[in-house]
Design a protein around this ligand. Structure first.
Ligand code: PEP
Ligand code: MN
Length: 267
């Protein structure tokens, strides 16, 4: 058994200057073109979003669809960091992704739901991050297995990565349900009980699968005391090359955030 993880507060991450809830990460599912990414980022930045997300390598369920622009998109992210002063983050699924992403100055990385379900992938990522002091967010595995999720945090922690955070993106089901992925809120709540101080983000985009549910899921996360949200936003969501139906414009995101009710007391 690994001893209790001592996780620093997100205030030590140096990513969010306005330390009010919710901590916000937003950006397109995928970086598609330099223009799409820069336009989206500029609008998000104007609305006060400080941390950009954009997928460069996309883990698609079936082959022969858009699998990300790959390494050529990393300088686009770096340019946004330089020009707009935003913090930049992307998904990594193996050691090569980690090494390449770090060369282009990522401020934060995340591990996707399919990778969290694979201990070999998580171990490889953790090993390649030894000596690197940036925050790493871990999405829940696609299946509702809390031990697998905790195991990913332990693998990273044992390699010296302590700036850890969790992303709740829901759990897949064979049956069709209202949402694309079932929230099963009790699982992230139990995770936070098991790993003290672990910053907890909700990803309403991948839970919902559809933009009309993003407001209600975001509100639920706030009511449950989540620390932040990671939401997919695209200048032209209907034309997005991945996850089109769940992406929202930066303006729609702003509307959602404006209407969120943040309560001081949580269950
Ligand atoms: C994503 O963030 O675009 C993504 C692929 O998410 P997930 O790993 O949650 O499916
Ligand atoms: Mn996506």
């Amino acid at each position: 058994m690994t001893k209790a993880l001592e996780i620093p507060s997100y205030s030590e991450w140096n990513l969010f200057t306005r330390q009010t809830r919710p901590l916000m990460i937003a950006g397109p599912c995928s970086a598609e073109t330099e223009e799409q990414l820069f336009k989206t980022a500029s609008l998000l930045k104007n609305n006060g979003i400080e941390v950009l997300r954009a997928g460069i390598w996309k883990p698609r369920t079936r082959p022969n669809c858009f699998e990300g622009v790959g390494v050529k998109g990393l300088p686009w992210l770096q340019n946004i960091q330089r020009e707009l002063g935003m913090k930049i983050s992307t998904e990594v699924a193996n050691a090569h992704h980690v090494e390449t992403a770090l060369k282009y100055g990522m401020d934060m990385l995340w591990i996707g739901a399919r990778s969290t379900a694979n201990p070999f992938a998580v171990q490889e990522i953790a090993d390649s991050l030894k000596g690197v002091d940036i925050p790493v967010l871990v999405k829940n595995p696609v299946n509702p297995d809390i031990e697998l999720w905790i195991g990913a945090f332990e693998r990273l922690y044992l390699c010296g990565i302590t700036k850890l955070g969790a992303i709740h993106r829901g759990f897949s089901s064979y049956n069709s349900t209202r949402y694309r992925n079932m929230p099963q809120w009790q699982i992230p709540i139990e995770l936070k009980r098991r790993i003290k101080n672990l910053p907890l983000f909700c990803d309403p985009s991948h839970i919902s699968g559809h933009r009309e549910y993003i407001q209600e899921i975001s509100q639920k996360a706030m009511d449950l005391g989540f620390d932040g949200l990671i939401i997919e936003s695209h200048v032209n969501p209907d034309c997005a090359l991945s996850d089109a139906s769940q992406q929202i414009t930066p303006d729609q995101l702003n509307q959602i955030l404006t209407h969120l009710v943040i309560r001081e007391e949580h269950p």
